[in-house]
Ligand binder design. Structure first.
Ligand SMILES: Nc1ncnc2c1ncn2[C@@H]1O[C@H](COP(=O)(O)OP(=O)(O)OP(=O)(O)O)[C@@H](O)[C@H]1O
Ligand SMILES: [Mg+2]
Length: 286
């Protein structure tokens, strides 16, 4: 028993249901789980997760945005909402996922993380898997689960990547950020060599700087780890990102024509185009 609520057997049963889909029918394909992570803090994970999720909704996809930042969550603040219920309530067994979520935008389901919750429980891998399975079976129309992690490189953060279909690694051009992104990719790929990585260079001052950063990371990852990363785009440094966050506006809604929003739309398009392949792989593993 974990935290008084989660049985391992129960989690295993749910995983089985999640794999088959709620209807157990051959047509039910589980959503693609994308974990946004970085290693280093403050590089734009939450900005990317939030704006990407909303853009994918605008493209007609049903998205579940999960703020998995362990007790320093702030997607709700960025969304300008203050939900009564959060991940902490679910982890303590007080609420189901369906009871804890909100619907801030059309097609978007949101589970707020906890922040400064003194009763936030310690969680382990089986609980994380259980939560993801619960989200998967909560709505059979879901196309994507977008998961925003906290900074750092601990077991909890790595587990979220291991349980997802792909990790979206966000880095700025700063060498410290690139180094942390490399460390994150290394730890994840050691545990799961077949894991897929997408790479986003954020806050770049120029396309040249972004491309050089992507090339550098790609080189070290392929040379030392012998794995490939998929560079899916650059988000330029854009003052309107800062303005949108400080005013609790959604960048892609408030400033759809600014350069950062245009880049996020291009990235969302690439992810959606790639989805078919992932889905086919998923079915093949069932
Ligand atoms: N493309 C950008 N252009 C300008 N500023 C940006 C950009 N992306 C992020 N920022 C700035 O960086 C700050 C941190 O972004 P964000 O909260 O998304 O990072 P994070 O990686 O989620 O941080 P944490 O590790 O604390 O969770 C934002 O408040 C914003 O001011
Ligand atoms: Mg964040």
């Amino acid at each position: 028993m974990h935290n008084g609520i989660f049985e391992k057997d129960q989690a295993a049963r749910l995983r089985e249901i999640a794999r088959k889909g709620p209807g157990n029918g051959p047509d039910t394909i589980p959503p693609v789980i994308l974990t946004v992570t970085s290693g280093k803090g403050g590089v734009g994970k939450s900005t990317v997760a939030l704006n990407l999720a909303i853009t994918m909704c605008d493209f007609g996809k049903n998205v579940f945005l999960f703020d998995a930042d362990a007790n320093l969550a702030n997607l709700d603040v960025m969304l300008g909402i203050s939900p009564d219920n959060r991940l902490g309530n679910v982890l303590r067994g007080e609420l189901s996922i369906a009871q804890a979520v909100t619907f801030p935008y059309n097609r978007l389901t949101f589970l707020a993380g906890s922040s400064g919750d003194a009763r936030y429980p310690h969680i382990d891998g089986s609980i994380q898997e259980y939560i993801l399975d619960q989200i998967t079976i909560s709505n059979e129309q879901l196309d994507y689960i977008v998961l925003d992690t906290s900074a750092g490189l601990n077991k909890e953060i790595v587990n979220y990547s291991l349980y997802s279909d792909e990790s979206i690694i966000v880095t700025t051009p700063e060498p410290t950020s690139v180094m942390d992104a490399y460390a994150m990719i290394k730890i994840i790929s050691m545990a799961k060599p077949e894991h897929r990585f997408k790479m986003i260079i954020n806050s770049a001052k120029s396309q040249k700087e972004a491309d050089e950063t992507a090339e550098k990371l790609h080189m070290v990852v392929s040379h030392f780890l012998n794995i490939q990363t998929d560079y899916i785009g650059t988000i330029p440094y854009d003052e309107l990102v800062v303005k949108a966050i400080s005013r609790q506006d959604i960048l892609v809604k408030k400033y759809p024509r600014t350069r950062a929003s245009i880049s996020i739309r291009e990235i969302a398009r690439k992810i959606i185009e790639a989805k078919q392949t992932i889905k086919l792989n998923k079915v093949a593993h069932v």
